[in-house]
Design a protein around this ligand. Structure first.
Ligand code: 13P
Ligand code: 13P
Ligand code: MG
Ligand code: MG
Ligand code: MG
Ligand code: MG
Length: 365
């Protein structure tokens, strides 16, 4: 039988604005998943949070897009929302677009990253969870992990990686997708992936079709007929024995690259890797955060995790990210700190333009 790892995530309310998911909400989610484990819907689970987003990491043997598993997550988020309303937490139920479950969680708000695979004799799996950014934040690090030999030594020196990987890329504006091969088409691939607000990596496969990585992109679907834009993403990546080594999967996050998100989902800032405990985006609602959890998947149970960025080797990265945050903040409301107007989650620009319409004067040619 095959094992499925499902990461379903949502922001259902937080303390002090969009800061931190309340412990009571996390406990409610843990209790709900424990019950689903007793009922044999799940084999195992681990609940964490990054900032105001709660991430349900679940293992089972029901495959992807499974109704019972998705309902379990949806009900957990609903129960947590109820508590968030009672505590008057900020953004209670923020990511639940609907209050009834209709078979599949896609299109209902929560983000989903899932993968089904036949377990190897030993199967290291790494889960990343972010806050104050968008799925395109994974484009650069996932490209480096699976296509850049200056990051991943194995692409050059390990015969089991030498063939490269296939990238499934979503065009979130036109609602279509394309599969590109690396290294053969890496320049075409980079031409797309550089546009992080439009083209996002959804999945990566070995050339033989085996799944290697999966990213949550659900809210990028057109929902309720409207482009809903960003969501704080999660990703699952397999490591070792035919995949990049765990250390190669972690290495790109030593560079705090600029990502869209931060304050009001409308600013570029450095992606800061932290421990679970320090995943508190407070300064200007950020800077954007990522946590990494290292598991071994064994008979559909989760061994671990290791809190991957709880490591002094990432102190320099965090210090650099803090310096970059200072530098970017000095731009105030100017691009490229502020996102271009079409990528902002909030904007007063149409109103300002309407107000000023009459005062604009036509200029001579
Ligand atoms: P081991 O020799 O400990 O298995 O490590 C190999 C490896 O992949 C290190 O990156
Ligand atoms: P979240 O997407 O994490 O809820 O943040 C929204 C926001 O506006 C932060 O300033
Ligand atoms: Mg929030
Ligand atoms: Mg969030
Ligand atoms: Mg957000
Ligand atoms: Mg969010």
């Amino acid at each position: 039988t095959k094992t499925t790892v499902s990461v379903l995530k949502a922001d259902v309310g937080s303390v002090s604005g969009h800061g931190v998911a309340h412990e009571a909400l996390i406990q409610i989610c843990k209790d709900a998943l424990a019950k689903a484990k007793e009922e044999s819907i799940l084999k195992d689970f681990y609940v964490t949070r990054c900032g105001d987003d709660i991430d349900l990491i679940m293992t089972h043997t029901n495959g992807e897009d499974n109704e019972e598993v998705h309902k379990t997550a949806f009900d957990a988020f609903m129960a947590a929302t109820e508590k968030a309303r009672e505590l008057k937490l900020y953004g209670a139920g923020q990511d639940l677009l609907s209050d009834t479950f209709s078979g599949n969680i896609k299109g209902m708000g929560p983000g989903v990253a899932e993968m089904e695979f036949k377990e190897r004799p030993s199967d290291p799996v790494i889960v990343y969870c972010c806050d104050k950014t968008e799925p395109g934040a994974f484009n650069l690090p996932l490209y480096k992990i699976f296509a850049d030999p200056f990051n991943t030594a194995g692409l050059v020196i390990d015969p089991s990686l030498h063939d490269g990987f296939k990238f499934e890329v979503f065009d979130v504006m036109e609602h279509r997708k394309v599969i590109l091969n690396a290294p053969e088409e890496s320049y075409d691939l980079l031409a797309l992936l550089g546009s992080t607000g439009r083209y996002v990596i959804k999945r990566i496969f070995k050339k033989n079709g085996e799944i290697a990585a999966s990213v949550s992109t659900e809210r990028l679907n057109l929902m309720a007929g409207q482009y809903v834009g960003k969501d704080d993403p999660a990703a699952i990546v397999r490591a070792q024995s035919g995949f990049p080594a765990a250390g190669e999967v972690i290495e790109p996050f030593a560079f705090p690259h600029l990502v869209g998100g931060w304050m009001r989902g409308s600013h570029n800032g450095p992606l800061m890797p932290t421990s679970q405990k320090e995943a508190n985006p407070i300064r200007f609602d950020g800077p954007p955060r990522i946590i990494g959890l290292g598991f071994q998947v064994a008979n559909a149970t989760l061994i671990g995790p290791v809190d991957l960025f709880d490591d002094p080797a990432f102190d320099n990265t965090r210090n650099r990210a803090a310096d970059i945050a200072d530098y970017m903040r000095r731009h105030g409301p100017f691009e490229p700190h502020r996102l271009p107007s079409e990528e902002m989650e909030y904007t007063s620009l149409p109103g300002v333009l309407t107000k000023l319409e009459e005062r604009f004067e036509k200029m001579d040619e």
